[in-house]
Design a binder for this molecule. Structure first.
Ligand SMILES: Cc1cc2nc3c(=O)[nH]c(=O)nc-3n(C[C@H](O)[C@H](O)[C@H](O)COP(=O)(O)OP(=O)(O)OC[C@H]3O[C@@H](n4cnc5c(N)ncnc54)[C@H](O)[C@@H]3O)c2cc1C
Length: 77
């Protein structure tokens, strides 16, 4: 959609919000599955957990994505 110039900012915000929140939930399940080992730096799942967490912050935090989405809802009304 971006290549075809059809991607709007609120659609991009929805995609960023859903995927980064889902990534965190999924990796959290992975850490839980590994038990205490999931909290240790030596294991890949620990790094995945830290990396997933920052997805909700950088490139526009989840709260800002919600603001963009909310603005589009009110503009459409
Ligand atoms: C690893 C990493 C790489 C980065 N790379 C880049 C890069 O390449 N280019 C670039 O430009 N930036 C980059 N950033 C910056 C990144 O985009 C910012 O960290 C992000 O936009 C959040 O801004 P902030 O850190 O100043 O947090 P703040 O804006 O201070 O936010 C702190 C908290 O307050 C919340 N908050 C802020 N405003 C509101 C509001 N109006 N309503 C509700 N909650 C709010 C936020 O959601 C967050 O939880 C990078 C950051 C990191 C961690």
């Amino acid at each position: 959609m971006h290549n075809q110039k059809e991607l709007t900012s609120d659609m991009a915000a929805k995609a960023k919000l859903i995927t980064s929140e889902l990534e965190c939930r999924m990796v959290d399940v992975g850490v839980q599955l590994h038990g205490g080992a999931g909290y240790m730096d030596e294991y890949e799942i620990c790094r995945l957990y830290a990396n997933a967490r920052v997805s909700r912050i950088y490139a526009g935090s989840s709260e800002i994505m919600k603001e963009i989405i909310a603005r589009s809802v009110f503009e459409a009304a």
